[in-house]
Design a protein around this ligand. Structure first.
Ligand SMILES: [Zn+2]
Length: 268
């Protein structure tokens, strides 16, 4: 009898495998939808108060002497602004630069820890170990190799600098006026010690909260060669589990980060 059941199991598995193999990649993707998690880059793009903003200069736009239309622009921007990558080397000497991050760390299944209820009430909110534990109680432990995303709800304020960053002032003296929620350093320590994550993303300007003075979360997470995604857009369109992330930054050689096109595939 046990032998028989064994054969049935084998048969079932091989039938199932054939079924999966028969579906093309396009057919598989057609069973879900794409979500754009990047803001566009323009003169409205939010940058750290001390960083240069995004500039698009027209090299040429119009009808050429040859009679055809042509447009080309030059752009200039800081690495860290808008939806962007933090390469581990941003806060950890010797760790991966933007071009060195393996694709495997930029692609994978996401889990979304939503702290909107607490964060929208307190611009200095720190996402705690208790928030992560509460998520795990409902959804099981964060799986190995997950792309861990935190949703504060602050995306609703983008690109209103006053609401999103806490100040619309620029320059070094504006840094002390930054108020937005982010990850508690104790939660970052807990994560790198107890869970195996590929990368971390959040819908605010930094993985450290606006009032941070030591950028401890940056140090702890990037110190483990875990890249970060900041100013992630449209996170409200993601399920708690099961979204598949593609986070493809500009491949700047030796860069500490860069503009990021991040998208998710979500099963219908
Ligand atoms: Zn950054």
């Amino acid at each position: 009898m046990i032998k028989k059941i064994g054969w049935i199991v084998v048969l079932f598995i091989s039938c199932n495998q054939k079924k999966v193999a028969d579906i093309s990649v396009s057919e598989m993707f057609a069973t879900g939808k794409w979500v754009d998690l990047s803001y566009d880059f323009s003169d409205k793009t939010l940058y750290w108060p001390t960083a240069s903003g995004f500039k698009l200069d027209t090299a040429f736009e119009g009808i050429t002497t040859g009679g055809y239309y042509y447009s080309a622009f030059n752009f200039c921007a800081a690495e860290h602004g808008g939806t962007h990558l933090d390469a581990p080397v941003h806060f950890a000497k010797g760790k991966w630069t933007a071009n060195e991050i393996p694709l495997d760390n930029l692609i994978g299944e996401a889990v979304v820890v939503d702290v909107k209820d607490s964060a929208m009430k307190n611009a200095d909110y720190l996402i705690s170990v208790a928030d992560i534990e509460a998520w795990e109680k409902k959804n099981n432990a964060i799986p190995n190799n997950a792309v861990l995303l935190f949703r504060t709800g602050y995306g609703a304020y983008y690109p209103d600098a006053k609401k999103y960053l806490g100040t619309d002032q620029r320059g070094a003296e504006a840094v002390a006026k930054l108020h937005f929620p982010s990850i508690d350093p104790a939660a970052a320590e807990w994560l790198v010690k107890n869970r195996k994550i590929k990368s971390v993303g959040i819908d605010v300007a930094s993985v450290d909260y606006g009032q941070s003075k030591d950028f401890k979360v940056h140090q702890v997470i990037y110190g483990q060669n875990i890249p970060g995604f900041e100013n992630v857009a449209n996170m409200g369109q993601l399920p708690v589990k099961g979204a598949y992330i593609f986070a493809l930054p500009m491949k700047i050689k030796g860069g500490s980060g860069g503009p990021l096109r991040i998208i998710a595939w979500v099963k219908n």
